[in-house]
Write a protein that binds this ligand. Structure first.
Ligand code: NAG
Ligand code: NAG
Ligand code: NAG
Length: 368
């Protein structure tokens, strides 16, 4: 019995070869901010496990996770599960080529705040309603990232506010060589209160997100990845607000990962008024800066490549006040640089489930 309780309290959190990141950070002239954050993250491990990939996974007390460095979470009591079961989807079926990936226990904890560079996005946008949940089955690829300080994502955003100073809750996969010291697509979350101006960063690098899963942590790598013309893999991302506690929970299919506590938000303590599904490339070399980055979005192919070539998001869903899971009433595809990254919501027939395709190679014949 005693042993069982101890095990339950063990909490797999983060790994990272601190020395490694320290050296890299210095090399790139990131100094005090990152070092301060790494120090903050240097939690005492109860147990360390070396994964097959050579990553070191530290198990720490669930109450010592980085979330609780957030001043608003001083007396926070962890909930291990949402207070209700979230609405489930009975109407749709995934294509039979898709299957859940094996989630490997690879896990890093470093990260950086996205300041000073301009992101590029291609996404499907739902507005005109209030949302307390969003879902999507996100196809997983392993796109090219040109340089270590750039990254690429496929994700869901729940937002509220203006274009410049929005609050957002985000989750998806990301290839981010600086953050993860490799080029695999990995689970990330992010949140901000002000369009990333002063707040917001990825995974556990800043405090706030409370992880409750003992099995799947932020930063896990998704394997295998999809191949052109071959088998497609993906992950079912679900973000749901608990209507009683108003925490925003993240699950991968039915596996609960953790939650964003309401204390860290302002208007997102209520509802979100914008939901987006799609991709995001973070680089200085976008929007007219030449040469354009060659960091790819999605699979690296344009949305017009469709199934087996372009990255897709299937089973796009929102939850509104009715607590039901629905396809959004009105959606629109957007992209800022259509010659570099594109977006296409493909519905061949009104009776069929639309499939949202997005992505592109970055620099190319029409994207110099
Ligand atoms: C589903 O599987 C069947 C038989 O394996 C195959 O014939 C069909 O093309 C597949 N459908 C899709 C959408 O891939
Ligand atoms: C944010 O959401 C709340 C409701 O959840 C709404 O009343 C408010 O106007 C929104 N704020 C902005 C800036 O859109
Ligand atoms: C949507 O996909 C179908 C094939 O699945 C294709 O025939 C059609 O042209 C696509 N629509 C658009 C707008 O690309």
């Amino acid at each position: 019995m005693g042993k069982k309780i101890t095990l339950r309290l063990l909490f797999v959190i983060a790994l990272l070869v601190l020395g490694n990141v320290g050296v890299k950070a210095k090399a790139r002239k990131f100094s005090s901010e990152i070092n301060r954050k790494l120090k903050l993250l240097n939690k005492p491990a109860i147990k360390s496990i070396k994964s097959e990939d050579g990553d070191i996974i530290d198990c720490i007390d669930i109450y010592k996770q980085p979330a609780f460095d957030h001043p608003a979470l001083k007396n926070h009591k962890i909930e291990m599960r949402p207070s209700i079961s979230f609405p489930s989807d009975t109407t749709t079926t995934a294509k039979n080529e898709t299957s859940l990936p094996v989630l490997s226990q690879i896990w890093h904890k470093s990260g950086s705040c996205p300041t000073g560079t301009i992101p590029q996005a291609a996404y499907l946008l739902a507005t005109g309603d209030s949302y307390i949940g969003a879902r999507g089955f996100i196809n997983v690829w392993n796109p090219r990232v040109q340089s270590p300080d750039e990254y690429t994502t496929a994700q869901i955003w729940l937002k509220n506010g203006s274009v410049v100073t929005f609050e957002s809750i985000e989750a998806g996969w990301m290839v981010n060589p600086k953050l993860f010291s490799d080029t695999q697509p990995r689970l990330f979350i992010r949140w901000t209160l002000d369009g990333y101006q002063k707040t917001g960063c990825i995974n556990h690098i800043c405090s706030g997100f409370v992880q409750t899963s003992q099995y799947y942590g932020l930063g896990i790598a998704f394997q295998p990845t999809s191949q052109k013309g071959g088998k497609q893999f993906g992950v079912d991302f679900r973000i749901n607000q608990d209507p009683n506690q108003r925490r925003w929970w993240l699950s991968l299919k039915d596996d609960v990962i953790g939650y964003w506590p309401l204390e860290i938000f302002n208007s997102l303590q209520q509802k979100a008024q914008i939901v987006q599904w799609g991709g995001y490339v973070y680089s200085k070399n976008v929007k007219g800066v030449t040469p354009h980055t060659t960091t790819a979005m999605g699979s690296g192919d344009f949305a017009s490549g469709l199934w087996g070539s372009a990255c897709f998001i299937l089973n796009v869903r929102i939850v509104d006040d009715s607590l039901q899971l629905k396809y959004p009433k009105s959606v629109q595809g957007y992209t800022e640089e259509p010659d570099c990254y594109s977006a296409l919501n493909n519905q061949t027939n009104p009776a069929l489930e639309p499939i949202f395709y997005f992505g592109g190679p970055g620099r190319g014949p029409n994207c110099p």
